[in-house]
Design a protein around this ligand. Sequence first.
Ligand SMILES: *[C@@H]1O[C@H](CO)[C@@H](O)[C@H](O)[C@H]1NC(C)=O
Ligand SMILES: *[C@@H]1O[C@H](CO)[C@@H](O)[C@H](O)[C@H]1NC(C)=O
Ligand SMILES: *[C@@H]1O[C@H](CO)[C@@H](O)[C@H](O)[C@H]1NC(C)=O
Ligand SMILES: *[C@@H]1O[C@H](CO)[C@@H](O)[C@H](O)[C@H]1NC(C)=O
Ligand SMILES: *[C@@H]1O[C@H](CO)[C@@H](O)[C@H](O)[C@H]1NC(C)=O
Length: 951
Amino acid sequence: MFTVSAGLALLLGAAPLLAHAQSSGNVSSCPGYTLDGLQETASGLLAQLSLAGKPCNAFGTDIANLTLAVTYETPDRLRVLIADAAGAQFMLPEAYFPRPTNETSTEDASDLVFNYDAQPFAFWVSRRSTGDVLFDTRLVSLPAAPTTALDGTPLDSFAFVFEDQYLQLTSSLPRDANVYGLGEVIATSGFRRDIAENGTLQTWWARDVTDPTNENIYGAHPVYLEHRVDTNGTASAAHAVFLSSAAGADVVLTTPAGANASLVQYRMLGGVLDFYFFAGPTPVAAVAQYGALVGTPAWVPYWAFGFHLCRWGYLDVNETREQVANMRAAGVPLEVMWNDIDMYHARRDFTTDPTSFPIDEMRTFIEELAANGQHYIPIVDAAIGHTANDTDNYFPFISGIEKNVFVTNPDNTTYIGQVWPGYTVFPDWFAPNTEGWWGEAITNWSDSGIEFSGLWLDMNEASSFCVGSCGTTGNLSDTTTPVSLPGDPGNLVTDYPEGYNSAIWGPSGNITINGTLTFGNDTVVASSAGFAVPDDELAASTQFGKRADTLRNLNVPPYTIHNGFGDLSVHTIATNATHANGFVELDVHNLFGYMEERTTHLALLKNQPDRRPFLISRSTFPSTGHWSGHWLGDNFSKWAYLRYSIQGVLQFQLYQIPMVGADTCGFIGNTDEELCNRWMSLSAFVPFYRNHNQRGALSQEPYRWDSVAEATRAAIAVRYALLPYWYTLFANASTLATPPVRALFWNFPDEAELLGVDLQFMIGDNVLVTPVTAPNVSNVDGIFPGRGNVVWRDWYTHEIVNATAGTNTTLDAPLGHIPVHIRDGAALLLHIQPGYTTNETRAAPYALLLALDGTGAAFGNAYIDDGVSNPGVDGTIANRSLTFTVGNGTLSVRGAGEFKVLQPVARVTVLGVSTPPTNVSENVTYEADLGRVNITGLALDLNEDTTLSWA
Ligand SMILES: *[C@@H]1O[C@H](CO)[C@@H](O)[C@H](O)[C@H]1NC(C)=O
Ligand SMILES: *[C@@H]1O[C@H](CO)[C@@H](O)[C@H](O)[C@H]1NC(C)=O
Ligand SMILES: *[C@@H]1O[C@H](CO)[C@@H](O)[C@H](O)[C@H]1NC(C)=O
Ligand SMILES: *[C@@H]1O[C@H](CO)[C@@H](O)[C@H](O)[C@H]1NC(C)=O
Ligand SMILES: *[C@@H]1O[C@H](CO)[C@@H](O)[C@H](O)[C@H]1NC(C)=O
């Protein structure tokens, strides 16, 4: 759901001069620090850092005394914490984060080594096994002092700056280093970040904005993966670096002209420097080590891997129900139906509109879904509507006021912003009563008839349409002007689809789909009444200038990060708003979404301890994956955004929020048949598979076009066959933190030609997806990793790809077909017969696909449980873990765990068999051209160890 942007360009007046040191903005005279008082500890070292000269007060006040704590936490994780000795700077409140407790190791056990210079203080982290320096804050001499880095801000020294409102730390990196992460971002450079001269200036400040490129968007993830491949392409190593901080910040990646090094520079608005280094040395290991710190991803219910359908603009319960019926009639599987804010009464959370979504009809509708093995997910916006007057009995607001659960102004009055309901208040997730209050609101809603299976958390950056506060209770203007929504008269979504072709769609400019007029530039969509928001005048009367914190400038910090909206309080809660624990919004802004996800997950768990909560949320932060999945936000119905969706999915694997996907077919603007066809095919191979559309745009449910319905059925058939594989990958993610979806180089780290590949991806170790990402083509180029040493077989035909080693191969990909390939050596457990729902799919027997390697071997594993239970206090779920080992013409199945698997394996397909089986029969056939043995009519019981031979 995107938001109204009118009136947001308001510029704030100059901030009052504050009581802190005059800022110069010049870091070149900053004195740095001297290390002394070094103490070795069992697991690292402690030392003091003292300011080495006259304070520079570049963007705030230099802090004279710092402490350095270096901890070898595990053999592959090193923590370097530099904090103010006084402990006054904001630190991430670890109580709210799923972190391992008190893990300690020793320097000797670690592949990472902390090294330092005492004067001026600098440190570097090296890899013991290779001597490689991974991160290095020492001065490097540059051929010419770089004077600008992208934005004209001087990058004129490596000055290490630690001030109350500005921290700067720079590390040199190998020239043109391969760096991934540091988002959330839609980077035009692709998954690999741009580190050229004018490389990257990434800002971390959570922002509700319709998917711009190369700017800060919904979430903040100060973590990167760096991968190094030696010039011979024979050895490689990856590591990861995480800055555990919620501070608003810029990070710069650049290679100064003529320099033989690249740089990463952090510029933070506060807090402390809390770095974690992860040794890898494979990309998958480095990502998993990060996950072991920030918390493994939440268990995902089986049904959540089904197909989800949503749009803003299903205007009543019957229109919503009609989609379910139309999907069924078209034979396109639908697992989960969603509603956007259309369902709300007065656009308020935890309500339903009595006219268009009457609660009794909603209850019946959701019960119908459940009876058909389908699910329902409604939206929950972050802000809570403010009541209009004393007779306005909106319980979540009234009880929230009573329980002190809302964000306040510095003078302790309730902070009031404005979102869809008009004036709103914002839950303070740090307040002691919030979790109980929020849980009660959710439970009341569910009990009243909205018996959801999961929740969709939106607008949690948090989004607010005023610039700063809209006023205070009793002092709110009732001057309101209606806001026109997309699809309302005068605000029609009239852009022609990117792929519009008048020769095909009709010279009149009218688009018909399957014979029905669907869109023209004079299309009028049924309107709903505009709703009231305060006018710009009110929005401009912000409440800045009242500060609890007299030392810092909370409203306009001296250093200006490159927030896409400019001022930090635009389109969100003002930075001087206050939270429980004395926290101010400036410090905790980037945590709003995270805290909502944690609170909601815990509330759902409290209500139903045995059931896995399922959440999809927009604003994310490190550790979000432990509580929630993510969708990639408000994208556009354009080919570029289909392509960007792949880097988005890859980024969130690195961020340990693997349950992720884009609004398929595009959210904003009008999609077209070809784009929607290719996108429905692509997203079937992405963890979270949802089609979501904007209000007023051309309808884009997959049944609307015959070709899209057909492509979707075909892709879902593959997806549902592969569900046991997906589910196993996600069980591994939830237990081992290994990423389910992978960039190609994550699985083939020595192959430098893969470092920039982000239009293909792998699912686990064994499935390679090569989607079509451009219009008007019937083939696609893709690289087949392994440099000729891996045999790749086509999923559909089982034929071996005649791939060119190390470079692209062109594949046939007519509309409706997405190339998918299986790596040799893989043993995949599949569902034999994809059904309409995941329940039906799971009720059918299993099949095994064994793709033998050159030695006749294959290996695979599978994790099976009931698909909905949540781990108990001991962290386990009744399950069965299976291994499939193939050699010498024999399959051996071994299992562990008490979960009873009801479905047997009914069919085994073996690929790569060169000698015909000895006992060919009705149930054992052999196709010499494919080297394929088909064994049918089986009933292998997965509750027992078994072997099966065909040789
Ligand atoms: C910093 O530490 C030194 C030595 O302990 C002490 O003398 C000095 O007062 C401290 N400065 C501040 C600003 O705390
Ligand atoms: C972790 O270590 C601290 C300091 O030694 C101690 O107070 C705390 O009880 C420990 N926590 C756990 C869970 O062991
Ligand atoms: C970097 O940006 C500056 C300023 O816009 C420009 O003069 C310079 O040519 C750019 N350098 C490169 C390598 O593009
Ligand atoms: C590349 O290979 C050559 C010859 O084997 C070796 O001498 C050289 O050290 C290797 N280079 C790197 C960067 O490993
Ligand atoms: C939905 O359709 C039913 C059957 O036609 C009708 O009784 C009901 O009023 C409709 N509900 C709404 C909200 O329009």
